[in-house]
Design a protein. Structure first.
Length: 245
């Protein structure tokens, strides 16, 4: 479903991502972890076609991002860390607007908008102005715009950032439902390790722009906790950074 080969991104002399390769199968839910500045967001932006790689390739649902960019992007539902919503619009109007942008057929649009709103728990808020919603519900609107065109792949960048504990649980449960009931492939970037343990089957951990860990969650943890694994890699990153200065 997702195939990444030799992905790299350079900004002048700065190497943000170096030779990243991995595959994600249909229906997998993958936690994408790493310290701040490790290359997570840059990698996700390349996966979604928002920025081009300096080298390497991305293939989404059989479509090469460079050769077939429109088809590849249509296969993705993307929720960036800050949801791309218009606060002055009503929920239903905004999701309908996104559906039109994503080329959902006019004859199917109302049905798919309603399905996205229902899946994201927004039917009761459909006529509300987005700017009047809580942050948790705005995040739900962000998820609705990501799924309205029924993509097989969801890429979520810090979907619970800044939410309170109740909202975190609500969004976590929603992501689980979208993955399990809708059968989507999900890549979830987060700093909340408990989310990964509760939602994800597999872990990718990036540090210094390189994939350091790629494996099933239980295999990655072994006899340690996921927090121990993360801190070990973050500590290695710090010592390598110190050694290079």
């Amino acid at each position: 479903m997702i195939e990444v080969k030799g992905l790299s991104k350079r900004y002048g002399d700065l190497v943000a991502v170096q030779n990243v390769s991995f595959r994600v199968q249909r229906g997998d839910v993958v936690g994408f972890l790493g310290p701040n500045g490790a290359g997570k967001t840059t990698t996700m932006r390349m996966l979604t076609g928002f920025i081009p790689p300096s080298a390497g390739s991305v293939c989404i649902a059989g479509h090469d991002m460079e050769q077939e960019p429109i088809a590849a992007r249509r296969s993705i539902g993307y929720l960036p860390e800050t949801p791309p919503v218009y606060p002055e619009m009503r929920v239903v109007d905004y999701v309908n607007y996104v559906a039109a942008i994503k080329d959902v057929a006019r004859s199917e649009r109302a049905e798919k908008v309603d399905h996205a709103l229902e899946a994201c728990g927004l039917l009761a808020e459909r006529r509300r102005v987005i700017g009047t919603l809580s942050k948790g519900f705005r995040q739900r609107v962000g998820l609705a715009q990501a799924v309205v065109h029924e993509p097989p792949v969801l890429i979520l960048d810090e979907p619970t950032a800044g939410l309170d504990p109740v909202q975190i649980v609500e969004i976590r449960n929603l992501i689980q439902e979208l993955a399990q009931q809708e059968g989507r492939t999900v890549i979830l970037s987060t700093h909340i390790l408990s989310e990964v343990e509760l939602i994800c089957q597999r872990v990718l951990l990036i540090s210094l722009g390189e994939i350091r860990i790629d494996g099933a969650l239980e295999e990655v943890k072994g006899t340690a906790s996921l927090e121990d694994v993360f801190l070990r890699e973050a500590g290695r990153r710090g010592s390598e950074g110190a050694a290079s200065t």
